[in-house]
Ligand binder design. Sequence first.
Ligand code: CA
Length: 417
Amino acid sequence: MGLKSSWLASANAPGCPFPLNNLPYGVFSVGDDEPRCGVAIGDMILDCQRAEEAGLLEFEETPLFDVPFWNEVMEAGPELWAALRARLEDLLGNPAHKAAVMPLLVPQADAQMHLPFLVAEYTDFYAGRNHAFNVGSMFRDPANALPPNWLHIPIGYNGRASSVVVSGTPVRRPWGQLKSPDHALPAFLPSRRFDFELEMGAIVGTASDGPVTVDEADAMIFGYVLLNDWSARDIQAWEYQPLGPFQAKATATSISPWIVTNAALEPFRVACPEREFELLPHLKDTGPMLYNIDLDVRLAPKGKAASTIARTNYREMYYSVPQQLAHHTTSGCPMNPGDLLGSGTISGATKPERGSLLELSWGGKEPLQLETGETRSFLEDGDTLTLTGTAHGDGYVIGFGECVGQILPALEDPYKR
Ligand code: CA
């Protein structure tokens, strides 16, 4: 299936990240207006609140767009998701609707983007094999890089929903307790090894009641975003044993502004890699549940051009989101609409495919050369880090919008009142 044609010319342009095939969901505002739900099409946004008020988005569950978040649509369930997508395809594809819909479009260039949903809870996994191997090699040793459980369950930790911010939000370098191997005692300092992590985030759309199968989990996913799990490596190295990351990952988690739905990603499904150990029955692969999404990372020092520092693909993951979500419910843990699941850092097998500076600079031992002449072991104040994701279809692409954050310097004294 190729490009679906829209009556809006910009949506049909080659390389446009938001053709009719995509229709991702966001929340935007213009000027001092209140934020509202919108759908990206070409270089415009369809204002869902006004479209609903105009009677163009009528469903049993209406009103759905009197609130500035997509959780109500999620809660309405997969039948509504399909009906809404079909209706949007008709409104934006069929020229008969052009006169009615045109006045409801807002230029993306005029819009400020907001978090597209209320983040209920946030879990971050550790499901990229190359990343887990690289980090384990540095933090422990290459012979025992993968923890013994790693090839049997998708391990993760409960993060903080309150840390999640929309792309464009600046991120301040945190202070924390650090301990260098050369000192007997820890010190409280600004992080000197502040890093990014290239990840995808999956958004749970429907609630679970008890354990779910991998196939049931697949049907619960509403969509995907790009995710940057900002990580203070020096805080992490000291605090992580035995309960995992805590303050190292709590400063901020940036997500791209548009939720790309499961439906839009359907043509890009790919299988997980060969298993070294057979997974237990409740976690077994039941079909292709990863996606072929090219990912890249750019770093721009303050006032300088950006250098591409990593390129990889989401298909490098060892576990799919449905496997992660199925595992998450095995204890009976209730999952809810708006739960965000981070994939874990995505790294390919070779050096230019590594999804964090920790790996790219090998813990600072091999500083990365930027195109502007600078080097980087970790992020410096003023650096802007940008993640992008693209799925390449037959005659069209699916984009996510950028996931951007600039590093602000640490506070001089975080306890000064
Ligand atoms: Ca992470």
